[in-house]
Design a protein around this ligand. Structure first.
Ligand SMILES: [Fe+2]
Ligand SMILES: [Fe+2]
Length: 172
């Protein structure tokens, strides 16, 4: 049985994961509009991934006797200055999510809720992966540059990444 404190914190994380999915959907749409189809595909995939994260929290809460609440979420940004600033925003957002997960783990351990702490392990590992992915993209963009003439090469790099990630997902 979840304490009210943990239940509220887990429900808050549903909101964060839901917002993440909408943020990446907004980014996908912007990339699509800019003709960056590989960047768009990458972000559509992340939109799906964050929805899956949200569902993981929902299922866990309901399984252990709580009530998962579908939240109202604020509108994500619609415009981005450049593809580089879009990925930078995504990276900063993932850092924020990592801090949310760390706080949840800290709270679970303070409350002696080891079941929830165990559930959160998957997310702790996932956040390392997420931050690394976005950091690597930013490193590539730094090398390539993001002037209009560089966009083609950024698209090529993201295409390579999609080939690995998207085929990995379909195998799940
Ligand atoms: Fe997530
Ligand atoms: Fe994420």
């Amino acid at each position: 049985m979840l304490s009210d404190k943990i239940l509220n914190a887990l429900n808050k994380q549903i909101e964060e994961e839901f917002y993440s999915s909408n943020l990446y959907l907004a980014m996908a749409s912007w990339c699509d509009k800019e003709g960056l189809s590989n960047c768009a595909a990458f972000m559509y995939d992340h939109f799906e991934e964050e929805k899956m994260h949200m569902l993981k929290f929902m299922h866990y809460i309901n399984e252990v006797g709580g009530h998962a609440i579908v939240p109202m979420i604020k509108q994500p940004p619609t415009d981005f200055d450049s593809v580089r600033s879009l990925f930078k925003d995504a990276f900063v957002h993932e850092q924020f999510i990592t801090s949310c997960i760390s706080n949840l783990a800290k709270l679970s351990s303070q409350e002696n809720d080891f079941q929830t702490l165990n559930f959160l392990q998957w997310f702790i590992t996932e956040q390392i992966e997420e931050e690394t992915t976005f950091q690597k993209i930013l490193d590539k963009i730094k090398l390539i540059g993001d002037s209009p003439s560089s966009l083609y090469f950024i698209e090529q790099e993201i295409e390579k990444l999609n080939a690995v990630t998207l085929s990995g997902n379909s195998a799940e």
